[in-house]
Write a protein that binds this ligand. Structure first.
Ligand code: GLA
Length: 386
């Protein structure tokens, strides 16, 4: 199945759920992609640079404007019945509808009088695996609603609106990488993203990467993530006492990180952020020159995330250590926030293919959990499905 066909299948599901729940056809079906970050982890909220790809796993949203009360009726294939979101009483409920609710909260907040909507959602992005299913849902929903209402839906502005929804409504102090990737990805390209200010340069990327899900719970992730954001702020404040012109942690030098007065923990966080941006730059240069993904940079990124950022787990470490010696494998690292989620593996197509067979049973013997694996390449971000 090509990427287009896979996207169409999810869009078809959304259309089917729509007909079943509300009768008739939606006005519009929009899909947005999950993402795999090739390199550049925990740098987006520090004003750094990252290199994600949008992947061929998508979330589709079918929408139709309804007359009457300003209430969204929403159904997701994975859940039971139709849920109601009252635009006048938007509140966080700690479930998946918080993402569309957060987007509605943004739209209402800028004075858009969102009418009643019928919405059906379908997705083949595994949730809870760190492949940004939530960002894809926010972006697809926002794009669908804005398009259905004839409002501007410029991808970068829309992604930043979705990031605000996640920060202000869902309550995660995330950077903009996931939403920007879901909105702006380009088939056959990784997106070199700069975050302060936002700027994107597509870099040719025709490889596939192997994604391996650790299948571990990630209950600690939200609190640990917020803690890292705060530690990075502490590190920046310390560097600014030394060099007041430093605007973001990512723009500091390694010399400043070592010279500034701060405790060991924020210093290690800062060391990761600054060195990670240097790795992203080197990888982008290698890819732009037509070379394959430099696996050594992936390995160094993982070591830095494990040792300085403390966001790896024994399961992630097991995967990267297990695959690195395999012939044809270039390198491996954790991807996304860490604390569970997925690892990614770079290398020759045949070697990655072989790992999809050999790795799951070996992981299950060692760890006692069955991991899922996916071979993915770079796909489009958000798009209207015909
Ligand atoms: C999560 C966040 C992103 C980014 C990554 C780590 O996916 O949503 O903004 O910070 O973690 O790189």
């Amino acid at each position: 199945m090509t990427a287009r066909e896979a996207g169409r299948a999810v869009a078809e599901d959304a259309r089917r759920f729509f007909a079943k729940s509300f009768g008739g056809d939606p006005t519009l079906v929009v899909s947005a992609a999950g993402r795999v970050n090739l390199i550049g982890e925990h740098v987006d909220y520090n004003g750094g640079i990252a290199l994600p790809i949008a992947i061929q796993r998508r979330t589709a949203v079918a929408v139709r404007v309804r007359d009457g009360a300003r209430v969204t009726h929403i159904n997701s294939g994975g859940t039971g019945g139709v849920l109601r979101i009252d635009h006048g009483k938007l509140a966080r409920r700690r479930k998946w509808t918080d993402y569309p609710s957060g987007v509605l909260d943004q739209l209402v907040g800028v004075g858009i009088n969102v009418p009643g909507l019928d919405v059906a959602v379908a997705s083949d992005i595994p949730s809870g695996s760190g492949l940004s299913s939530s960002a894809a849902l926010e972006v697809a929903f926002d794009f669908a609603v804005r398009s259905a209402l004839g409002l501007d839906a410029e991808p970068v502005a829309l992604a930043l609106e979705c990031q605000r929804a996640e920060r202000q409504f869902v309550g995660v102090p995330c950077g903009a990488m996931d939403q920007l990737s879901a909105a702006c990805g380009e088939q056959g390209h990784a997106m070199l993203m700069q975050f302060a200010p936002v700027q994107m340069t597509p870099v040719p990327f025709a490889e596939r990467v192997l994604v391996v899900d650790t299948a571990t719970p990630r209950s600690l992730r939200a609190s640990a993530y917020s803690e890292r954001v705060a530690e990075c702020q502490t590190a920046l404040a310390a560097i600014q006492r030394l060099a007041p012109e430093t605007a973001t942690l990512a723009s500091a030098s390694l010399e400043q990180v070592e010279a500034a007065e701060m405790p060991d923990v924020p210093r290690r966080r800062a060391r990761h952020v600054v060195s990670e941006c240097q790795r992203v730059r080197r990888v982008a240069e290698a890819l732009a020159s037509g070379a394959g993904f430099p696996g050594a940079e992936a390995n160094a990124s993982h070591a830095s995330l494990r040792d300085d950022y403390d966001c790896s787990t024994p399961e992630l470490d097991w995967i990267v250590e297990h695959v690195r010696p395999v012939r044809g494998i270039a390198g491996a690292r954790l991807t996304g926030a860490g604390w569970g989620g997925c690892a990614i593996v770079f290398g020759e197509a045949s070697a990655l293919e072989a790992l999809t067979e050999s790795l799951p049973p070996a992981y299950e013997r060692a760890i006692g959990r069955a991991p899922r694996t996916w071979l993915v390449g770079a796909d489009d971000g958000v798009r209207i499905e015909a």
